[in-house]
Design a binder for this molecule. Sequence first.
Ligand code: GRF
Length: 206
Amino acid sequence: MSSQAVRLVVLVSGSGTNLQALLDAVADETYGAGVVAVGADRGGVEGLARAQRAGVPTFVERVADHPTREDWDRALAARIAAYRPDLVVCAGFMRILGKPTLEAFPVLNTHPALLPSFPGAHGVRDALSYGVRVTGCTVMLADAGVDTGPIIAQEAVPVLDDDDEAALHERIKSVERQLLVDTVGRMAREGWTVTGRTVRFGRPGG
Ligand code: GRF
C-alpha cells in the first residue's frame, strides 16, 4: 500500500463479501485506498477469515465482554484508532456505532434498501413484504441513528415475481458490492464534502 493511500478500517459481522470486494479493489495501487485492519463484533465469522487470508490484521471487540455498551463503544474506538484510519467502513456490521467512533472518524455504511425506505436490520424482508417493485442499496455516512446518515450513492434493483428474501438479497448484494467499491474509491481519490444532508465528491474549494 502506498504511503499516499487512504487508510481504511473495515468492520464486519458476517460473511464479508462486501469486505472481499474492497480487498480485491485495493490490490490495484491506483484505487487510492488500502485496508489496514478488519474488526468484528463477534469471532469466527467468514469476514475475519477473508481478512486473514489477505494478510490484513484483525480484531474482535464483543459487546458481551464489556460491563456497559458505553465501555464497548470506547473500546471499539480505541481498537480502530490504533490503525489510524482516514475512513471507517461498516460492511455488514450489525451494530450502531457510538459517539467515540463517530466523533473520531468519518464512517461509511452500506444498506440493502433504498433509504429512507426500509431502514434497520431487515431492509430486504421489509421491502419484499411491503410489495415494492423496485428496491436497491444505499451507501451513506453513518450517524447515531439507524440508517439515517447523509446518502452518498444509491442504485436500484428490481424485485422479481418469484423473489424470496435470500434471492433478492443476493441480487442486491452483487450491486451493493460494486457501489461500495466505486464509492470508497472516489472518496479516497477525490475527497468529499458534506453540506447539511448533501454529500459531494471533491475537496472543499476544489
Ligand atoms: C449487506 O447486504 C449489508 O448491507 C447488510 O448485510 C449484508 C452484508 O453482507 N447489512 P456481507 O457480509 O458483506 O456478505
